[in-house]
Design a protein around this ligand. Structure first.
Ligand code: SF4
Length: 268
């Protein structure tokens, strides 16, 4: 028996996917990314393998994991014909589902476009690699999650080809930058820190947490572990600020949901 993990956005198709894959138990726990392998759940259920649907491989685990990438068919030609970007060189990036659309976009844009490839919310190295050769980025996909990560890391303008609306939108990260600076200023006066560690296999970084604990001395700090890091789990804890060693996006998009300043290690 295998455990089938499906990202939340595809859960409505879970039964069809299960029919294709055969004898599986479908996990209805949240699944945020390839970092979120439910090893313990699989072991407790007596499953000898995990099928992780929708994401590309990120980590090795004790239990064998088969990553099944999910690709969407989207033709960006129409939207790109209306492209009105003032920049000359455009870096093309996408999430795994729309990687096939990058080649089509390159054909439409010709010499103006440079293909970067897949980006994750926590790993935009494919964008960083071509950042010196492009003036801006065009992300093909849905939602702003990946595009915000690229804009914050590269400092370049980022546009989204929103596949649901079939149109191009610009990403504005100024609010996130301001929130980061405010958190840094507030954390400067903190006397006691909570260092957050996630137990999700691809997010767990206890080594970094211990290093940060050393670095913060003589200030006092505690290492706090949990599977999913959520602001409500931290209510009432007597620390002045948090350092997040888990998914970096927790401290970026959800920063203002935490009642105390929260910083990623590179912001500390
Ligand atoms: S660590 Fe965060 S951004 Fe990276 S794959 Fe996991 S959920 Fe996505």
């Amino acid at each position: 028996m295998k455990l089938l993990q499906i990202p939340d956005g595809l859960k409505t198709k879970a039964l069809e996917i299960a029919d294709e894959l055969g004898d599986v138990v479908i996990s209805y726990e949240s699944c945020y990314g390839a970092c979120d392998i439910k090893e313990d759940e699989a072991k407790r259920l007596g499953c000898d393998k995990i099928i992780h649907y929708g994401h590309s491989k990120m980590i090795d685990t004790d239990i064998p994991v088969e990553y099944v990438e999910h690709r969407e068919k989207y033709d960006p030609t129409n939207a790109l014909k209306k492209l009105d970007i003032k920049f000359d060189k455009i870096g093309l990036i996408s999430a795994v589902q729309f990687l096939d659309s990058l080649k089509v976009a390159k054909k439409v844009l010709g010499e103006r476009a440079v293909i970067g490839g897949q980006v994750l919310g926590c790993d935009v190295s494919n964008a960083e690699k071509i950042a010196m050769n492009v003036d801006c980025f065009l992300f093909i996909g849905s939602g702003k999650f990946h595009a915000i990560g690229v804009a914050l890391k590269t400092g370049k303008p980022v546009y989204i080809l929103n596949v649901e609306r079939d149109r191009i939108e610009e990403v504005d990260v100024r609010l996130f930058e301001k929130q980061k600076i405010a958190a840094q200023v507030l954390a400067r006066d903190a006397k006691v820190f909570g260092i957050l560690v996630s137990t999700k296999p691809g997010q767990m970084n206890i080594k970094l947490a211990k290093e940060i604990k050393e670095k913060l001395k003589p200030k006092k700090s505690y290492i706090l572990s949990m599977d999913e890091i959520k602001p409500e789990k931290l209510l009432g804890i007597k620390v002045d600020a948090y350092i997040n060693t888990a998914c970096p996006r927790i401290a970026i998009e959800n920063r203002t949901d935490f009642k105390k300043p929260i910083l990623n290690p590179d912001e500390l």
